[in-house]
Design a protein around this ligand. Sequence first.
Ligand SMILES: Nc1ncnc2c1ncn2[C@@H]1O[C@H](COP(=O)(O)OP(=O)(O)OP(=O)(O)O)[C@@H](O)[C@H]1O
Length: 262
Amino acid sequence: MEAVISENVSIYYGNYEAVKGLTFKLHEGETLLLMGPNGAGKTTLLRTLAGFHKEYTGKLSIFGKPPHESKDLISYVPQSHYLNERVPLTVLEVVAMGQIYKKSFVHFKIPKEILKSAEEALSFVGLESIKDKLFKELSGGQKQRVLLARALISNPKLLLLDEPLSALDPSARAEVAGILNKIKKERGITMIITTHDVNPLTEIGDKVMLLNRELIAFGTPPEVLRDEIISRVYGSLSKAVRVGDKLYCIIGDVHIHRGERK
Ligand SMILES: Nc1ncnc2c1ncn2[C@@H]1O[C@H](COP(=O)(O)OP(=O)(O)OP(=O)(O)O)[C@@H](O)[C@H]1O
């Protein structure tokens, strides 16, 4: 089944056309890596798919329905999470909030079955042992894993992740990329992940989209990560270089490396 269908979609902020005439399809279970320079429209597209931004023309379908009717199927993890860290929530409470928001509970006595699901989600991301710690005391990588657990607790069919690896050191990036790989393999959830650096993610990317307000390229990683394509957005110094079984994309002074797909 098609998880996402976008037919000639243009997205607006008032008169400003942030994304123009975008057409693509993503099959159920596929992972799409969404790349593009600053201001390319990546976050705008993600928020529109999540049903938060509604100023668009064209046809968008998420598992057969328009985004605002598919909210139960979608979990969205924003670029910088909006948790108020002055509220001393534990890790378990933060994860449980993923379900509480969906069910629109108002009071903060978390039902037992939600706490149990939160523990299961934490165990999936390997953090069950720190469930009673305060969220604000965690490392950046641990926080991102907790936010993934929070996104998973409502059993989404589509996971939308805005820059999940940004502001993480290389080992935390590898850790979070490992969890994303596990989500793909063990849960089969369709994912769209925006990233400036596809390096740690290309092994899980079935498709790559290069966006620069309009679609520059869409295809498998070897189809898109090519000199002639990336140079259209990042300039003529951009290169894809193969060393052994790895492909490295050099974009200006940003190096993107891709593990060989088997
Ligand atoms: N709320 C808004 N109102 C008006 N314009 C906006 C709004 N949000 C984003 N834009 C504009 O839409 C364009 C796309 O922004 P968007 O944040 O989607 O890009 P991006 O590819 O995610 O960039 P970055 O990599 O810097 O996060 C930019 O020109 C931005 O200024």
